[in-house]
Design a protein around this ligand. Structure first.
Ligand SMILES: [Zn+2]
Ligand SMILES: [Zn+2]
Length: 147
């Protein structure tokens, strides 16, 4: 499996290879601001399965004192992948990917703090009221991963 992604202006590009994890969607207030929408949808990809193809020097980085980090293209402002805290994984914004074929959301997190107008959480998925631990989240998205 190989999937390409890029920012809006196309000057930053990357690819994800190998077994693809499931997606998770975070509804917390910071992810809402980062995405400019109801939630942020991400993949947590193993470091060895992630490669920059283009424009890594065009990335700006913002790190909040809580450890939240947002990397983005300094030309078009699109959110781009960044290292997943201190773990050997890369967080990839799902919307940056050009293909979406076998991808599937497995978890909705921080639903207790979702926006009042956010009505789109499907009932068949068990929601997490808050943020699970990083280990819980990694295990969750990699269990029964798409191959
Ligand atoms: Zn760009
Ligand atoms: Zn969040």
């Amino acid at each position: 499996m190989k999937m390409r992604g890029e920012c809006i202006c196309g000057e930053i590009a990357f690819e994800v290879v190998g077994e693809l994890p499931k997606l998770y969607q975070c509804h917390c207030s910071i992810c809402r601001k980062q995405a400019g929408s109801a939630s942020n949808t991400g993949l947590i990809v193993k470091q060895e399965n992630f490669h920059w193809l283009l424009g890594q020097e065009k990335i700006s980085s913002y790190v909040k004192e809580t450890g939240f980090r947002s990397d983005f293209c300094f030309k078009c402002g699109a959110v781009v992948p960044n290292p997943f805290r201190d773990r050997p994984y890369i967080w990839v914004p799902a919307g940056a990917l050009d293909d979406s074929e076998p991808l599937e959301i497995v978890a909705h997190i921080c639903v207790a703090s979702k926006a009042s107008w956010d009505k789109q959480i499907p009932e068949e998925l068990i929601p997490f009221e808050d943020m699970p631990t990083l280990t819980e989240l990694i295990d969750l998205v990699h269990a029964n991963a798409n191959t």
